[in-house]
Design a binder for this molecule. Sequence first.
Ligand SMILES: Nc1ncnc2c1ncn2[C@@H]1O[C@H](COP(=O)(O)OP(=O)(O)OP(=O)(O)O)[C@@H](O)[C@H]1O
Ligand SMILES: [Mg+2]
Length: 349
Amino acid sequence: MALLEVEDLVVQFYTEDGTVRAVDGISYEIDRGETVALVGESGAGKSVTCLSLLRLLERPGEIVSGEIRFDGRDVLGLSDEELRDLRGNEIAMVFQDPSAALNPVYTVGEQIAEAIRAHEDVTDETARRRAIDLLERVEIPDAASRYSEYPHEFSGGMQQRVVIAMALSCEPDLLVCDEPTTALDVTIEAGILELLEDLAAEFDTAIQLVSHDLGVVAGLCDRVQVMYAGEIVERAPTEELYYDPKHPYTVGLMASIPRIGDDRDELPTIPGSMPDLVDVPTGCRFHPRCPYAEEACRLRAPSLVDVETGVPADEPAPNDHLAACHEYTDDLVDGLDYEVVVEDGGGLE
Ligand SMILES: Nc1ncnc2c1ncn2[C@@H]1O[C@H](COP(=O)(O)OP(=O)(O)OP(=O)(O)O)[C@@H](O)[C@H]1O
Ligand SMILES: [Mg+2]
């Protein structure tokens, strides 16, 4: 059994402009100790997915259907107390802005010690020692003396290390990091990512790392899932995704990564922008921006299938490289005689 199992999750926001289909039927799993990236442009639904895992979504957002199981337990069915326990002990989250996660009126050490005491019955002295130890683990120099400093005395990168120390204080099985380095300097980013990689190995913590930047996740993650307009459009082991991307959207994202020795003046970007999730395009949601789009792409939604055999994602033992694109998978799917779903306005036979 996987550590985290998400099945057909649908999350909507009810707004004046209509219903925003922020996450529209995604399914995925994360194993123990595995690091999995969730990438995609702004508005793809990455943060909403993360918040849903911890049931931290706020109105007007709502999980409409689907299942989330953590270590076999039904997260959507947990009581408030069980939920607190899950958040305190098993899943921890690191957000983009470290200063928002820290309380300016307490020292960083007190905040970590408090996080430890919140879920473990230990003496003040033990909590203090453990907090200093955690500060050392996240490579804060002079941890013992910096214990007594306030958040504003730390740089942004050091603050994010403190937040990571707090998140690790309960030794979670899953760490959800939503753009943990986006607010930081690029020179600091690499250090934080390395730290996460080391900690994941040391604590055997699984990580879901969200980023809009495929370059950021390359070194850290075992697998990558690409999200577009509320759906997962491709997923593969990291290397395979980088060397052999199948979905034109992934190809577009890859082309926009700066590379060493790059002599391009301007990096290519994908033309157009993410659709309005109140009124998503028919068929493949990427078709209005896709250089390969054909009539079929406008008419029917491609499903996520194994890129080699065409076996759908929800059937057992597919390969671990899947994509949702007619360009690559139609022949496979036709060959296997799978039923094709015709969406609104369809009619292609
Ligand atoms: N409070 C809200 N009210 C209405 N719509 C929302 C709300 N929060 C998110 N959404 C919508 O849900 C969709 C997904 O948003 P989400 O924040 O998950 O994107 P993201 O992939 O994390 O983007 P970014 O890279 O900018 O962080 C977007 O279309 C967004 O407009
Ligand atoms: Mg986000």
